[in-house]
Design a protein around this ligand. Structure first.
Ligand SMILES: C[S@@+](CC[C@H](N)C(=O)[O-])C[C@H]1O[C@@H](n2cnc3c(N)ncnc32)[C@H](O)[C@@H]1O
Length: 305
């Protein structure tokens, strides 16, 4: 019961099925309490106390599904969201990845929960700036469970307001202007990314060098979070990176000990090597991590505003 409003299980299922059908978003794995709370807020605004009333309203008012969907705010995203995270990633992690990729070939980056594409395109821009021939050196896999968002992402068309976070040089280099209010990502950038409709745990992938999974875990209950991190732990290469949202953490997760927290504030993790039986190697690795953390800290301190 949220806001004194109770929603029957049957109505909750009808509502979530409706959102799935109309907006392509499967809400069944989200915390039920989170979904119920958002529905209750809508009901309160509409002065309703009975969830059946809301179901009827949803069926009769075409705009309501959009309003409910927007109120979930789960597709909110932007280019270079949380700029300092991206600065750290660009200045510290990318050089590390490129050093290692000389040995192992094409880098594989996964933007998990990519929403309307701003995150994978930001990654594609960053790597394109760092590499001479990005097509031969990186592959970005971008996934989401929302087919509607993915359609938008594949088109790569953004409004002036959407691209306001981008440096003007990057905007000119990686976008073509469609008209006075819209820009489209150039094909060379799109070619670096494959967009797939897939949930985190069902997406078939492996040998990943970096996962961006930002602002997704927050919607899930502990059990589901454990499954998600288990998947990441399985598909990430040793020493590779996991970037979470600013309000997300592995603290308390079942797989917490499989990762080093490289940067607490910006939630950048590194997967550990599997060296549990070799104490010399572990202490070597800890020394490397400790150097890394120090340099990353000094960078972030110098960037604090
Ligand atoms: C708030 S957006 C975050 C977008 C982007 N990562 C960012 O931080 O700006 C969360 C996205 O995760 C997607 N999502 C939620 N659960 C998912 C799952 N199990 N598998 C894949 N995507 C999921 C949602 O559809 C939504 O587009």
């Amino acid at each position: 019961m949220a806001l004194g409003i109770s929603i029957s299980d049957r109505d909750l299922k009808t509502i979530t099925d409706f959102v799935h059908k109309k907006r392509g978003l499967n809400l069944s794995h989200f915390r039920p309490v989170f979904i119920s709370k958002r529905i209750s807020v809508r009901m309160k605004m509409l002065d309703m106390t009975n969830s059946l009333q809301y179901v009827q309203h949803l069926n009769s008012d075409l705009d309501e599904v959009g309003t409910l969907y927007d109120s979930l705010s789960i597709n909110v995203t932007k280019f270079y969201r949380d700029k300092k995270v991206w600065q750290l990633f660009g200045n510290k992690i990318i050089p590390d990845l490129l050093k290692d990729s000389k040995i192992s070939g094409k880098l594989r980056i996964w933007s998990c929960g990519c929403a309307t594409g701003e995150e994978p395109y930001s990654l594609a821009i960053m790597f394109s700036e760092a590499l001479d021939n990005p097509q031969n050196k990186i592959k970005i896999q971008a996934t989401d469970i929302n087919s509607y968002s993915l359609q938008y992402a594949r088109k790569g068309i953004y409004t002036k307001d959407n691209v306001k976070n981008l440096d003007s040089l990057l905007l000119t280099k990686y976008f073509k202007k469609i008209d006075s209010t819209r820009y489209q990502v150039i094909d060379e950038l799109k070619d670096l990314i494959s967009f797939n409709l897939a949930g985190v745990t069902s997406f078939p992938t492996n040998h990943i060098d970096t996962i961006f999974c930002r602002n997704l875990l927050i919607y899930y209950a502990t059990e589901a979070q454990n499954l998600i991190i288990k998947k990441f732990n399985t598909v990430l290469k040793p020493n590779s990176f996991l970037v979470l949202g600013m309000e997300e953490t592995l603290w308390g997760n079942k797989f917490q000990n499989s990762f080093f927290l490289l940067h607490p504030r910006y939630r950048i993790y590194q997967k550990k090597l599997l060296l549990e039986n070799n104490s010399d190697s572990i202490s070597n690795q800890n020394a490397v991590i400790s150097n890394y953390t120090t340099s990353i800290e000094s960078l972030s301190n110098s960037n604090e505003g």
